[in-house]
Design a protein around this ligand. Sequence first.
Ligand code: 5GP
Ligand code: ZN
Length: 114
Amino acid sequence: MSDCLFCKIVGGEIPCKKVYEDDTIFAFEDITPQAPTHILIIPKDHFASLKEVPGTKKDLLGHILLKARGLAQEAGLDESGFRIVLNTGRDSGQAVFHIHFHLLGGRRMTWPPG
Ligand code: 5GP
Ligand code: ZN
């Protein structure tokens, strides 16, 4: 989508600190990190949120989740733990409407979330 911030990041139009890329997904550091590790993992294809992802995309969603786990391991978060967040829609606080999984770790988190 031409007007989407994260599509522009995937396309290289907007710079980012890239962490990982393959044919279908892209991972980069959040510009306003909320924890010592804060990585965003996204599909290269544009879907506004989880609501727009077709039911046929199970492999893509699984790939993102398992890559998030792998990136957490690489960041040394295996023992301490980590949180994966997928905000969806207005009440969740979703601000960028290209689906993205947050990988957060390196500090003690609280529950319930704000
Ligand atoms: P949301 O609130 O939609 O779940 O999360 C959007 C995230 O995107 C926020 O954590 C925000 O800091 C991050 N973000 C917004 N604009 C940019 C940007 O231009 N570059 C990067 N790397 N992250 C961004
Ligand atoms: Zn997009």
